[in-house]
Design a protein around this ligand. Structure first.
Ligand code: NOJ
Ligand code: CA
Length: 557
């Protein structure tokens, strides 16, 4: 092999020095705030959140006390899946901004001490991507088709899909093109899967990583990291499923969580190391927890879904914490925590619904049946936040969580954007209810988000959860986040915890090795707190005791 062939295009021999507040070390204790760009703040009245809107809120983010933002996709996209259908990986969507505005945002965040992580979507592009357009115009078997996963169909005339595997958003992961071939899409048809055995695909993503690093980003959230490496000839398991809890634990699934996925990310690590400090990454790997440590080794961090799945149940929280801690010990990484993200129900609604409620049925009823207990839900979300923020490692907060937003359960179905709605034949309402634009002021109908029409309608009750409303209330969920995040920075030490035993199983009591205690009461009776200095509570105490649905932080003396 010639020396030019072994030297990938653009690789740096000498690390590129970067001036940034976010290093691989500070990342280990960071609180990361996820921004869903189109719903954050609109600066020009087109109803779509944008980069200029984000830049204008850097002081808000700094005051909140976060260490980094993670930007969900802001790239050119036909929005078949909220921007996770990327048509151009090295640009900004025109209605979100320009590259200059991106640079300005990064500069403003960095000078406020906030790092920047961007979403990278390697499993699939959007169907408007130049390579997919080229692939459709090209012959079967051509190099252009080889960048994606094209196959002939089954049946006499190839009229059946290559196999009967489902997709995440519908009954089949295959779509036929006019010349008769089929292409694979694990998600929507507008999200064709890349062929990662193709050298051009591998090289192009490294170019994209360097592109964003050169524009100042500190790292990446890797979308569907588990799905990238595929072997369509591998024998499918007896139950072919795409669901995390049904995946084989030996990496034998033909398209998900194969061991070879890590070869790709080890190559990415080399790109990360072309910078000083190196870039960081967190994998969204929908894999059995027993196999998720491998993503820590190959990418640096992996999301834990355990707390996201937990309902208001102390045993479930305890199990989730123990499993996540064990994962970090096995992998040598730090634990990661999240209560929600843009793919799931808002925390305050999750904890306010009756145990075992069918969330989709609730959404389909417009949030009427069963009844959501908002008082309890809000109190529990505050308590869960303090519990999560007391844990060692990296914590992820999704925009609006700091305001205690509830799910917008009554979005009119003709306004839904999530492909799940259409692809499920209108039986799954989907994820739009947590993606409604943020309320900044208390004045409806657009609450300071836009002077135009927001891309999803905003409910009247936003008036009592707006930033403006909460700024005026020292007991607000926003104020609680500010206090908790400031203390969390000062209180960090070590990554080991103990969960104090609780015979009644109504309390989750975290003990950090510096004497920081976090006690959460899931029961119906008040409980005693450990002796020491009371640092913070998620709600008022009752006669010095911890009431139900409340967390207290105590520094033992
Ligand atoms: C995971 C993302 O979080 C989700 O929003 C998206 O639909 C899928 N990956 C496909 O990119
Ligand atoms: Ca806008």
């Amino acid at each position: 092999m010639s020396s030019t062939a072994s030297q990938p295009t653009g690789a740096r021999q000498v690390p590129v020095a970067r001036d940034t507040p976010l290093t691989p070390d500070s990342w280990k204790t960071a609180t990361v705030y996820q921004i869903y760009p189109r719903s954050f703040l609109d600066s020009n009245g087109d109803g779509i959140g944008d980069l200029t809107g984000m830049t204008s809120k850097v002081p808000y983010l700094a005051e909140l006390g976060i260490d980094a933002v993670w930007l969900s996709p802001f790239y050119p996209s036909a929005l078949a899946d909220g921007g996770y259908d990327v048509d151009d990986y090295r640009n900004v969507a025109p209605n979100i901004g320009t590259m200059d505005e991106f640079d300005a945002l990064v500069a403003a965040l960095h000078s406020a001490g906030i790092g920047v992580i961007v979403d990278i979507v390697p499993n699939h592009s959007g169907s408007g991507h130049a390579w997919f357009v080229e692939a459709l115009a090209a012959e079967p078997g051509s190099p252009a088709r080889d960048r994606y996963v094209f196959r002939d169909g089954r049946g006499d005339a190839g009229e059946l899909p290559p196999n009967d595997w489902p997709g995440h958003f519908g009954p089949s992961c295959w779509t036929r093109v006019p010349d008769g071939q089929w292409y694979m899409h694990l998600f929507a048809p507008e999200q064709p899967d890349f062929n990662w055995d193709n050298a051009e695909v591998r090289e192009d993503f490294k170019t994209t990583l360097r592109f964003w690093a050169d524009h100042g980003v500190d790292g990446f959230r890797v979308d569907a990291a588990h799905a990238v490496a595929k072997d369509l000839n591998a024998p499918p398991p007896p139950l072919f499923s795409l669901h995390m809890h049904e995946l084989p634990e030996d990496g034998s699934h033909p398209v998900l969580d194969r061991d070879s996925v890590h070869e790709i990310y080890r190559e990415w690590q080399k790109v990360f190391a072309e910078y000083d400090p190196p870039l960081v990454a967190v994998a969204e790997a929908v894999a059995p927890i027993s196999r998720r440590g491998a993503y820590v080794e190959s990418l640096g961090q992996v999301f834990s879904f355990e707390l996201i799945e937990a309902t208001w149940d102390p045993a479930w929280f305890r199990r989730s914490i123990e499993a996540t801690m064990a994962l970090s010990e096995r992998s040598g990484g730090v634990p990661t925590w999240a209560l929600t993200n843009h793919d799931c129900l808002r925390a305050a609604s999750k904890y306010g619904l009756p145990q075992g409620a069918d969330v989709n049925a609730w959404l389909m009823s417009g949030g009427i049946e069963p009844r959501e207990d908002r008082v309890r839900g809000a109190a529990r979300a505050r308590a869960a936040t303090l519990l999560m923020l007391s844990l060692p490692g990296t914590a992820y907060i999704y925009q609006g969580e700091e305001l205690g937003l509830f799910e917008v359960a009554d979005l009119p179905t003709d306004q839904l954007q999530d492909p799940l709605w259409k692809r499920s034949g209108h039986v799954i309402k989907g994820r739009d209810g947590c993606r409604v634009p943020l309320p900044w002021t208390s004045n409806g109908p657009t609450f300071g988000f836009t002077t135009g029409t927001p891309h999803l309608p905003m409910p009247e009750w936003f008036t009592t959860v707006s930033e403006e409303h909460e700024e005026a209330d020292p007991a607000s969920t926003l104020a609680l986040h500010r206090s908790a995040l400031a203390m969390r920075r000062d209180l960090q030490s070590g990554i080991s915890i103990e969960l104090a035993p609780d015979a009644a199983d109504t309390v989750v009591h975290v003990v950090r090795d510096n004497g920081w205690h976090s006690v959460t009461n899931f029961g119906d009776e008040t409980v005693e707190l450990p002796r020491g200095e009371l640092l913070l509570t998620s709600g008022p105490l009752a006669g010095g005791k911890l009431p139900p649905d409340t967390t207290a932080w105590v520094k033992a003396t």
